[in-house]
Design a protein around this ligand. Structure first.
Ligand code: GTP
Length: 350
């Protein structure tokens, strides 16, 4: 069994977090989202992965290489210009001659992939789509389905008066390879807007899989923060971290001054230094090589790798991206900071 991750989107809604890296590489509790999703697949015995890249492909390739360091076999198919979700799947056709999984790579979920595959076979479907229930489906692709569990209508971003179903496309699919023939090649195609409705017109069977009780797409900064809130509060399962058992998780032995105070939940990457008198937590992530200067205060914030807070800096409800240095005595609140923004003394409210 192989899996295809669509990782080529521009991630415009998540800017500036995606200024230098594609959305699937954004760290979730210190680890790239894509790595978390690949680890979840491995638990179901799936080790052959195709990555459909386009925006900033080098960031992904440098991190994962051929996959051997991660116990995976990874192949890359890079688009010169974005082909859309359906076009990207078509573009990888050469790698799939049997039932395969397809993922939007910007989601976190607890879908049981083995169970979903069994369901797909049982329903004798051409495609199975995982769905999840949301209160307000107007920003999503809504799916209506019959009593036998087969889709009969797709509606993208319905207006409030058009909402009938609250089940939305969760961005995880099982595909039969025969479906690929039907997708136009060499031009952008949306799987949600074009491929699925066309398959219905042709009388193909699209089954709907509902076994998903945690689901979040991290497409916007608000959702990105929500993912961390869910991680800290235990709604999002993080295999290597359990804040109920250990309020301060650290990937390696950190250097923490005796007079620094840590209030969990706190997640520390490798090689973190926290100096005297600093107060860190609650709900804080400090990525690899993070340096927290003397008397700094950090709460409810996500710091990516190689972030330096100079002495006395205070951060609350901030996201600080790779390689940023926050000047001493700065007081930052409710904001996203990137190295470029810090240089130009700009920041973005979240
Ligand atoms: P926005 O620009 O904020 O809408 O984000 P996005 O470009 O990532 O689009 P969207 O959230 O709809 O994408 C869903 C998934 O499909 C993500 O994992 C994207 O990386 C991926 N994706 C979207 N468009 C393309 C594309 O043209 N090519 C490839 N290979 N992947 C895509």
């Amino acid at each position: 069994m192989k899996a295809l991750f669509l990782v080529g989107g521009l991630g415009t809604r998540l800017r500036p977090l995606t200024d230098r890296m594609p959305k699937p590489m954004v760290p979730v509790m210190g680890k790239p989202l894509l790595e978390r999703n690949m680890e979840a697949l491995k638990l179901h015995g799936i080790r052959e992965i195709v990555l459909s890249t386009c925006y900033r492909p080098e960031v992904i390739e440098q991190y994962f290489g051929n996959g051997s360091d991660f116990g995976l076999k990874i192949r890359y198919v890079c688009e010169e210009s974005p082909l859309g979700t359906g076009g990207a799947i078509k573009n990888c056709e050469q790698y799939f001659d049997d039932t395969f999984l397809v993922f939007n790579a910007d989601i976190l979920s607890n879908i049981n992939y083995s169970e979903m595959l069994r369901y797909h076979k049982r329903k004798k479907a051409d495609v199975t789509i995982a769905v999840t229930q949301v209160e307000n489906p107007s920003a999503y692709g809504v799916i209506e389905y019959d009593e036998d569990g087969y889709a009969y209508l797709f509606k993208e971003k319905p207006a409030p008066h058009e909402v009938v179903s609250h089940f939305i496309n969760a961005g995880v699919y099982v595909f039969e390879p025969s479906v690929l023939w039907k997708i136009a090649s060499g031009r952008p195609v949306s799987v949600e807007r074009e491929v699925f409705p066309k398959l219905l017109e042709q009388g193909r069977k699209i089954a709907v899989y509902k076994g998903c009780n945690y689901w979040l797409d991290i497409g916007t900064p608000e959702k990105y923060i929500q993912a961390h809130r869910d991680g800290f509060e235990g709604r999002l399962h993080l295999p290597e971290i359990n804040f109920h058992e250990r309020a301060v998780y650290s990937a390696s032995d950190p250097h923490i001054s005796g007079t620094a105070v840590l209030r969990g939940p706190v997640c520390l990457g490798r090689n973190v230094r926290i100096e005297a008198g600093a107060a860190v937590g609650p709900n804080v992530v400090i990525g690899d090589n993070g340096q927290i200067g003397k008397k700094c205060k950090v709460a409810n914030s996500i710091l990516w790798n190689n972030v330096v807070l100079e002495d006395g800096a205070e951060l609350s409800e901030c996201i600080v991206t790779d390689g940023s240095t926050v000047e001493g005595a700065s007081k930052l609140k409710h904001s996203i900071y990137t190295p470029d923004m810090i240089k130009s003394a700009k920041h973005l409210a979240v």
